[in-house]
Design a protein around this ligand. Sequence first.
Ligand code: SAH
Length: 306
Amino acid sequence: MNWVEVSIEVDGEAAEAVADIFQRYGHQGVAIEQAGFPIEVWPDEVPPADKLIVRAYFPENNEAEAAKQTLREALWYMSRLYPMPEPTFRIVNDEDWANAWKAHYHPLRLGKRLYIRPEWTHPTDMKPDDIVLIMDPGMAFGTGTHPTTQLCLISIEEMLADWPYAEVLDLGCGSGILGIAAIKLGARHVLGVDIDELAVKSTLENAGYNDVLESITAQQGSLETVRASGQQYDLLLANILARVITGMCDEGLGDVVRPGGKAVFSGIILDQADDVEAALRRTGLEPTRRRTITDWVAIEAIKPIA
Ligand code: SAH
């Protein structure tokens, strides 16, 4: 199946109006992206007001020419209000679409020793004491390029440096990147849990690439699945939206951490951090440290021994 992609680069003011037009004529929703092709965009992320790309797709069938013409006309009328360039049309097939991001995903170093290498790359600049993570997230979140993931990886590396054999819970595991890093940094076992079945598949696939399948269990579910097991963990990792973390705190998130255990929460924008910390305290966790990259915050916490 081929698709026609229509895209146009506009400033922030015009983006919403263009998105409305695309919504009417395009199919499958409309994406507003920051110019420059971000590989991963966090759902709560607010792109800067200037230079946005509005993108939509419609099927390449015998109505495609008419749809293009209608879009051109609607945008032409709009350009009299907001000056903007002509739209760009491009044919993409399903496979190109699913793989487009790969061209922008390159090996990267993080923390002291972490080296993330996309599964299909063969870098030659690895050092002997690098801890290599081999990743192909597919449709799941977790390439390691997003600040929310990076903050967690930096925390995990530091925390596990003098803490071997930890039992880890990776809640919202996505590609499995955090759990896989934890194992390679000395954790004993990781349970990865995600509401998305594709994430479970991706976690297991990536565990395979990294040869840590025997140390990782992945299952579809959420906090209630873990609570039902009665299990408590030495280290909880949760890179999920701030509002999801806060909601979980009010459903007993603290219970899955053993007394004396630790936790890392990420996916938090600076102005949400106070609320998340208050929620953590309500569930018996004590925030100990914030780390930041730009406007992103990760919060480390401990569960005090009663
Ligand atoms: N841990 C990865 C992925 C983070 S993206 C990383 O750090 O890069 C957040 C993940 O949380 C997504 O895979 C999403 O499917 C999952 N998620 C969202 N809400 C959830 C919930 N209520 N319970 C469990 N997982 C959830």
